[in-house]
Design a binder for this molecule. Structure first.
Ligand code: NDP
Length: 241
């Protein structure tokens, strides 16, 4: 079994996921670049390697169980163990998402990727994570999914977008459920909000850079054994659920 710390980042071909992979690669880790498109994945791996990272491509569509199982098999071949999983892949679903007029199919599609995708990937990889001395799972959420912030007068929240924001609320609940089941093991699982970052996801309207957005995920990926689990953080500290 490889001694090198190994991570997998889903949706790592661009945006925040790419920068998380770059940041973990800079620690000297072996980094699996999970991406569904062959060309985009190969380009990202080549760029990460050119920057000195020990990156390898992992074909991965988080909505496809066969793809997820194949990704787990590939990681098993690449060292037999996984130390860190960053569930970063996500979509907004686009279009108007006012609750009274949203297309139910949009909600279904977003939840399939942002929530069920995370469950599917996490469960396929948990056997490999359990072989690690310090397994860490980071779920990339968003403060727009915080019910506390949404219901606090004057608090900064995102636009009304029922599929996307509710998928992150759902993901937060899922993160807490995993943490409860895994309590007492060495697996630490937390949710991270990268902040409003300029990427494809928002038409590059975000204020921060993808590298800035990656910082909190990298911190949660490198938590010490007595670090938190079942919590939600942004770069400034805890985010209320
Ligand atoms: P991008 O659109 O730049 O990146 C999203 C990534 O997810 C891409 O690599 C995309 O791949 C991948 N992806 C989407 N669907 C799938 C799938 N079914 N299987 C595998 N990969 C998939 O967005 P960001 O970097 O901004 O988003 C990353 C995460 O950060 C998301 O979870 C998002 O919700 C979250 N976030 C982003 C914020 C922001 O301001 N940008 C704020 C808060 C949270 P492909 O290139 O093939 O489409």
């Amino acid at each position: 079994m490889s001694e090198q710390t190994t991570a997998l980042v889903t949706g790592a071909n661009k945006g925040i996921g790419y920068e998380i992979a770059a940041g973990l690669g800079a620690l000297g880790w072996k980094v699996g670049v999970g991406a569904r498109d062959d060309q985009r994945r190969e380009d990202a791996v080549a760029k990460l390697r050119a920057g000195g990272a020990d990156a390898f491509g992992v074909p991965l569509d988080v909505t496809d169980q066969t793809s997820v199982d194949a990704a787990a098999a590939l990681i098993e071949e690449n060292g037999g163990r996984l130390d860190v999983l960053v569930n970063n892949a996500g979509i907004t679903g686009g279009g108007s998402q006012m609750p009274t007029t949203v297309d139910p199919q949009t909600v279904r599609t977003v939840v399939e990727t942002n929530v069920i995708g995370v469950i599917r990937v996490t469960n396929a990889l948990l056997p490999l994570l359990r072989r690690s001395a310090a397994p860490r799972i980071v779920n990339i959420s968003s403060s727009v999914g915080s019910l506390t912030l949404q219901t606090t007068p004057g608090a900064e929240t995102g636009p009304i977008a029922v599929a996307y924001t509710s998928s992150k609320t759902f993901l937060n609940a899922v993160t807490v459920q995993y943490a409860k089941e895994l309590q007492g093991t060495n697996v630490l699982i937390n949710a991270a909000c990268p902040g409003f970052v300029a990427t494809d996801l928002n038409g590059f309207r975000g204020a921060g850079t993808p590298k800035e957005g990656a910082a909190i995920a990298i911190r949660l990926a490198t938590l010490p054994d007595d670090g938190p689990t079942g919590e939600f953080f942004n770069d400034a500290g805890p985010v209320p659920w």
